[in-house]
Design a protein around this ligand. Structure first.
Ligand code: IVH
Length: 699
């Protein structure tokens, strides 16, 4: 039973469980069993979410949930596992350090596992950590350090020479990144003493290097890195060391495994030895005694973190005495002698340089805050929406103000207010524009809505946005047509209307001559356009940009009416009869098809050969797939991963990203990772790509 889809549902779910448990006195044994099953399912689902998030964060460097969300899911799971140890799974992220080894680099087995740190989030948790330590070690002394937000690295020296640099990977096996590590200027290639030694620390990118790297990428039309950590991780994961060398990476070293072997008896002395050997150790380190000193170090850096030239995401607290460390030892995942205090989600202040207006494909005109770039919770913010006139007026936001920015729901940064005490008198009050910033036609506003609209159907901005939307992934999925290429093609006259996508091939020779394009890239664009002709109707409906027809509504309409022809002819009354289609949507659809230019567009798409029917995906149940859970690992050669997943689902199976005792089949491609070993360990049925292709053949 898969019920939970997001954290809001989880909350809802927990509420239901809590409610039923409270009623347990009066409910029957069967219901209790049902509740227990629900709890187990809930734990499974948490593991799915955490493992997926961990893979996205550690392996792909593309996190989709915030650290705070991850931590709260993890805590919930820890609590449930404590309460229901019988449901604890072997692959629970509570016993495994996240991250997988990616292909392309040699694998490195760490002699001493590279462990992560447990986390604490507030004063009482810090005190609880100290109390736990005190049970074993009276009057403990700690070393407090900054928690550098980069990626951890292990450096191996033989006879004083750097022989290997490796990432943490999954903690047991990492990737060999020696060629890139050698390009980092403050990592010594040889030490001041001819030692055999392993040193660990963090590779990071400074805030300045990160900002200029992104500026350069923007100039070159490349994707921007979300934050310095991702930029650093992306840089060391390059096969070509020239790239890493150009990225201005740096390092701080903070851990010496087996330090006693080198004649030191405390962590602090180990850090001093590391400095002596030639490593850069962060200077903001303090030996503290007692909780008061510890808390004041944390307080100091919570206040001052913005002044540092690099990002930190917390404070690391380590027991200083190595014998004391030994006494406390390790859990499967963490040392018991250390912990990391994580900073709370952040609010930052910056200057509002300007307010600029943009026009969306519906014609809605939005004011945007143009900000002096700041880093907020790990990402650079230089622009954010101000929603509408009312939003700005309510907060009295003026150009030149110092504004406070928070991440709403930890996703979209919001200007939440103004520091009035920082005003100089030169700030310019906001004024809503009266005309479209692109075409100049006057804007209109409905009584009931806060937004202003440009109603000019020929407005360039609306057209460009509409063209971008048409090609976007959830719409017609025409690969390669991002914002800037559509805008360029529009300005050059190749793309004026949606139907022009399908006549672009006539200009192939000309397009190939454009700077930055060649035969191959243009051919890829044209192939992708051609492929889009056979999309099912729901994609086209969404792509057309009919007001209020989103992805879901597109699907409902396609499923109900089956063809464009029938939908075009549907009356308002017929439309409101359809489940989930309300009056506003119905009206919008009728209005859309009443417009002669829209009719014309659809007719020309039809003539061009764009599919106008719903292609139903029927589940053809198959005993080898039905109800079974599949995990795909490694590179599949003959079939795209997405296609393979789709096929499994069409045959009645489901896919998961993690191997667990619940997995039925693991499909193994080239260079499989740890999932393959895990599957063997758990005795799960394994198919190679050929087996898989055989099973799906003719189905
Ligand atoms: S000590 C066994 N010290 O934080 C001790 N880690 O969340 C290992 N980190 O994996 C780590 N600054 O990548 C330590 N001063 C510091 C650190 C630090 C950043 C990272 C490190 C670790 C992660 C744990």
């Amino acid at each position: 039973m898969m019920i939970i889809r997001n954290k809001y549902n989880i909350f809802h779910y927990k509420f239901v469980i809590g409610f039923i448990i409270n009623l347990r006195i009066i409910i029957s044994h069967d219901i209790m069993n049902m509740v227990i099953n629900m709890i187990q399912d809930h734990m499974d689902e948490l593991i799915e979410i955490l493992n997926r998030a961990s893979y996205e964060y550690h392996t792909l460097d593309k996190p989709t949930i915030t650290d705070q969300e991850y931590d709260s899911y993890l805590r919930e799971l820890i609590k449930l596992e404590e309460k229901y140890p019988e449901f604890k799974r072997l692959d629970s992220p509570t016993v495994r350090v996240g991250g997988e080894v990616i292909d392309g680099f040699n694998k490195v087995v760490h002699e001493v596992p590279m462990l992560s740190l447990s986390n604490v989030f507030n004063e009482s948790e810090i005190i609880a950590f100290d109390e736990r330590v005190k049970k074993e070690i009276p009057n403990p002394k700690y070393v407090c350090e900054l928690k550098i937000d980069g990626l951890s690295v292990s450096l191996l020296y033989k006879n004083g020479k750097l022989v290997r640099g490796a990432t943490r990977g999954d903690g047991i096996t990492g990737e060999d990144i020696t060629h890139n590590v050698k390009t980092i200027k403050n990592i010594p290639l040889s030490l001041s003493e001819p030692l055999d030694i392993e040193i660990r620390g963090e590779i990071y990118m400074s805030k300045d290097s990160f900002l200029s790297l992104n500026e350069e990428r923007k100039r070159n039309g490349m994707d921007l890195f979300a934050n310095p950590r991702n930029a650093a991780a992306g840089s060391v994961r390059q096969l070509d060391s020239k790239i890493a060398a150009s990225r201005n990476l740096s390092s701080f070293l903070y851990h010496l495994p087996n330090a006693e072997q080198y004649g030191v008896n405390s962590h602090y002395k180990a850090l001093e030895l590391m400095k002596k050997l030639g490593f850069t150790v962060n200077p903001n380190i303090k030996k503290v005694e007692g909780i008061k000193e510890l808390l004041s170090f944390i307080e100091k850096w919570t206040q001052n973190r913005e002044t540092l030239p690099y990002e930190i995401d917390g404070i690391v607290i380590k027991l200083d005495d190595l014998n004391a460390q030994k006494k406390l030892g390790y859990t499967a995942k963490y040392p018991r002698w250390a912990t990391a205090y994580k900073f709370p989600a952040m609010e930052v202040y910056t200057k509002l340089r300007d307010i600029k207006f943009s026009v969306g494909r519906t014609g809605q005109v939005t004011p945007n805050a143009i900000l002096e770039p700041v880093i907020l919770a790990g990402s650079t913010i230089s622009k954010t929406t101000l929603h509408n006139e009312e939003y700005v007026m309510l907060r009295d936001i003026r150009i030149g103000d110092i504004v406070s920015i928070k991440k709403a729901g930890d996703v979209i940064p919001e200007v939440v207010g103004v520091l009035e005490e920082r005003r100089t008198g030169k700030e310019i009050p906001f004024e809503m524009i009266k005309n479209c910033p692109i075409c100049g036609s006057s804007l209109t506003k409905k009584e009931t809505e806060a937004a202003y609209y440009c109603k000019n159907p020929h407005c360039d901005a609306k057209k460009i946005e509409g063209l971008i939307h048409y090609a976007s992934r959830d719409a017609m999925n025409i690969e390669g047509f991002g914002d800037s290429i559509v805008e360029d093609f529009y300005n050059m006259g190749y793309l004026k209307n949606i139907s022009d996508y399908y006549t672009l091939y006539q200009f192939k020779e000309e397009l190939m001559e454009l700077e930055g394009f060649g035969n191959k890239s243009i051919q890829n664009l044209l192939d992708s356009i051609e492929e889009s002709k056979s999309n099912s109707l729901e994609r086209l409906l969404f792509a057309l940009g009919i007001r209020h027809v989103g992805k879901k509504t597109g699907k409902i309409l396609a499923d109900y009416f089956k063809t464009m022809d029938r939908l075009e002819k549907a009356t308002y009354e017929e439309l409101v009869e359809v489940h989930d289609i309300g009056e506003i949507i119905a009206e919008s659809i009728v209005n859309y098809f009443a417009e002669p230019q829209n009719k014309e567009l659809i007719q020309s798409l039809r003539t061009i050969g764009v599919n106008m029917s719903y292609i139903e995906k029927k589940i053809s149940e198959n005993a080898e797939f039905l109800g079974k859970t599949f995990v795909l690992t490694g590179t599949l050669v003959a079939i795209k991963r997405e296609e393979a997943k789709e096929k499994i689902e069409l045959l009645g199976g489901k896919t998961s990203s993690t191997v667990s005792p619940k997995t039925d089949v693991v499909v193994v491609g080239d260079n499989p990772g740890s999932k393959f070993s895990k599957a063997k360990e758990l005795g799960i049925l394994i198919w190679n790509e050929q087996d898989f292709l055989e099973k799906i053949k003719n189905k």
